[in-house]
Structure formats: C-alpha cells, structure tokens
Design a protein around this ligand. Structure first.
Ligand SMILES: *Cc1c(COP(=O)(O)O)cnc(C)c1O
Length: 390
C-alpha cells in the first residue's frame, strides 16, 4: 500500500495480510497460542531473532491489526491493546513510575483514574498533585524535582473543560516530564495529542471507537521508547485485549471518521437547541461560543465532540423527572454509542464525592450529561421535551 494514505483510509485499508483463503473482510484469530515449524524456529522467535507470534498475551494478529490502525489514526509509533480503558490507564502509570515519584495531573479526571491516584499508587509510595485544567499558568508551580509524569484528559468528564495541549507539551519539555493524555472523549478524529508532544495516549476503546456499546477495550499508543517499557509491563502483567474484542473494534475504526462527524454535528445542533429551553440554565459544549475556552477548542479540536452537558434549574428533582420521561433515549452510564444516553452524574458516576468536591469539578445537582447518538435529532429533541416541559 502507498505510504502517503490519510489516517481515515488506513483505518479502512490497514487490515492484516490476506490468508490463503483470500477473504475480503478481516479474519478473526481466536487462538491463545501459535505453533512453530521447528525447534530452532521456536528458539529464534523466543530470542527475538525472528519475527513471529508466540502467545496472545503478547500479541495476536487481530489485536495487532487494531493497534496498527490506532497508531495510524493517532500518529504514534507503537501500541498495546488492553481489556478495558482502565487497564490501559493503570498500565500507563504503573509501567512508568517508581517508588518516590510524583505525578502532576489535571483535576476532573475520569473517576477510576482518580481512584488510582488517590488509593492505589500511594500504596507504592507514588504521590500526586492536582492542578486546574483551565489554568496552565499555575501548572509549573506543582512540578517538583521528583515529578515524573504530567497526566491529563481533555475535554474533561463531565465538565467538558479543556486542557491546552500545546501549553502542556511545553511544560513537559521544559521540565523533562513524560506527557500522558487520555484521548477517549475527543478521539484522534478531533485531536491528536502526539502532535503536541504527548509521549503516551490512552483510550477507552469501549466508547467512541467501538461506538456501538458492545465490547470493552483499551489502547496505549505512544513513542517507541515509552511503549517499549509499557509493552514489557503489559506482557508480564496480563491485561491483554481479547482477539474477539480487537476484531470488533478494528472493524469499527473503519467508520470512526464518519461517525464522529455525525455525532459532533448532532451534538452541536442539540447544544444550540438546549440553550433555548426555559428549564435549562446553562449548556456546556466546547464548540458553543459561550464556552469559556471556545477559542482553545477551535485551536486544538476539529469539532466539539459527541458530549453535551447542561444544567437544569430544578436540581435533582428536575434531573430525575427528565430521565424518567425518556422514551427513546436511554438512562445509562456509558457514552460514545449510536444511541443517545443521558446520565445524572450527581446521583450516579460522581455520587461518592461530597457535594463540595462535586462543585469543585463543576458538577451541580441539576447537571445532565448527554452522549449524543446517531438517531434523527428531531426525535432526540421531542424525547427531551417530554421531561422538560411540565
Ligand atoms: C470510560 C473511560 C475510561 C475507562 O474505560 P473502560 O473501558 O470503562 O475501562 C477512562 N477514561 C475515560 C475518559 C473514560 O470515559
């Protein structure tokens, strides 16, 4: 294949070599291990002197195909696929820190990532400091001599605050920090952190990458140097993705560009419509001019994403009334699906935080997170009206 192909073409055409059966669609290699022609070939493969696949905890053709396509999309050199997004996030931290190291992270991280920083890594003597995602001028003050990583996520969940990736890249370069970005919400279609100097990108492929709410998956994508460390860690600790899930997600990447375009167009239309509803006091969407970081959003993202959040004047009661009135959209905690999903963070995903902690990350009692699907926008609007007009 020509080397100059666009990422979206490589996500379609980057499939593994055809087998002797000359299948058109990519095959599924549902096998735990692989065989060798001779004892010598086996020895050489184990010694790394010969190309070959040994065991699916290390690699597998279906999983490798997904990794190659994801690398083409993110513009990274190497990757590893994991069973879930959290397995990827955990490996990204655990593989790169040692006892005594310190992490600087932007506040408002995914809930389980917050758990890793606060409850898991401290057991091994790794500490962290939170900085405000929208105040890059304050970040350098948090860096210590033992700071190893800068960890961030943009747009954030569910506040949809943005982190200036160019500023983060600059900070990491100046202080010699490894730069890690959870790019789950934006996907490489909307932003490529590697272009801003990110060393390692993590994904929950469960979300927009699968895009149809079927399987769990995670990805670690980065520079060869960093991925060498991360891959060794993963091969021996065992978070490998199932070949079946890799096959599903690899097929889904063929339509990622098309789907994200449609999700973003529908989300923008929904955001503008929500602003006109009397029961709603505020709408958060990166590509609305009213978003506090609209300029930054236009600079580092090609579209605003598939998530919209909004605040209901009536607090918890109004939020629950809206969710209970839905007949088309779904009440669920997932996101990144063809089906529109509504969540009430204060009583579900973020219910374990105190109300002060929730306020500090922008989660009011009346906040609703909506993952906009691919249904006709008019049907989503009419569904929401059932619970908004009373
Ligand atoms: C869902 C999610 C994760 C975790 O992914 P799983 O596949 O559920 O393990 C991590 N980061 C972000 C931003 C997410 O939305």
């Amino acid at each position: 294949m020509p080397k100059s192909l666009q990422p979206q073409t490589r996500a379609i055409r980057g499939q593994m070599d055809q087998t002797d059966y000359r299948e058109h669609s990519t095959p599924l290699f549902l096998t735990s291990s692989f065989t060798f022609d001779s004892a010598e070939a086996m020895a050489e493969t184990f010694a790394g002197q010969r190309e070959g696949i040994i065991y699916s905890r290390y690699n597998n053709p279906s999983v490798d195909e997904l990794i190659r396509k994801a690398c083409a999309l993110e513009g990274t050199e190497a990757g590893f696929a994991t069973a879930s997004g959290m397995a990827a996030v955990f490996a990204s931290l655990a593989a790169l820190v040692e006892a005594g190291d310190h992490i600087v992270a932007t506040r408002a991280l995914f809930g389980s990532t917050h758990q890793l920083l606060t409850n898991v890594l401290p057991k091994w003597g790794v500490t962290f400091t939170y900085v405000e995602p929208d105040q890059p001028e304050s970040w350098a003050a948090a860096v210590r001599p033992n700071t190893k990583l800068f960890v961030t996520e943009t747009p954030s969940n569910p506040g949809l605050k943005l982190v200036d990736l160019a500023a983060a890249g600059k900070l990491c370069k100046e202080h010699g920090l490894l730069f890690i970005v959870d790019n789950c919400f934006a996907t490489p279609v909307l932003q490529r952190p590697a272009d801003f100097g990110a060393d390692l990108i993590t994904h929950s492929a469960t979300k927009w990458m699968d895009g149809q709410g079927r399987v769990l998956g995670g990805l670690l994508l980065g520079t060869q140097v960093v991925m060498d460390k991360v891959t060794t860690f993963c091969r021996h600790t065992g978070p490998a993705m199932s070949p079946f899930n890799a096959w599903v997600i690899s097929k889904s990447l063929e339509t990622l560009h098309l789907r994200m375009k449609a999700h973003c167009a529908a989300a923008l239309e929904m955001a503008e419509w929500l602003r006109k509803q009397a029961a709603i006091t505020q709408v958060h969407y990166p590509f609305l001019e009213s978003h506090a970081q609209y300029e930054l959003a236009r600079r580092q993202m090609t579209a605003g994403g598939g998530l919209v959040t909004f605040e209901l004047a009536g607090g918890i009661a109004a939020a629950q009334r809206l969710l209970n009135a839905l007949e088309v959209c779904t009440r669920s905690s997932n996101l990144g699906d063809t089906r529109t999903i509504l969540t009430h963070p204060a009583t579900t995903t973020h219910s374990k935080l105190s109300s002060e902690e929730r306020a500090s990350v922008g989660i009011s009692d009346g906040l609703i997170r909506m993952s906009v699907g691919l249904e006709a926008v008019v049907d989503i609007q009419e569904d929401l009206l059932r619970g908004l007009s009373y």
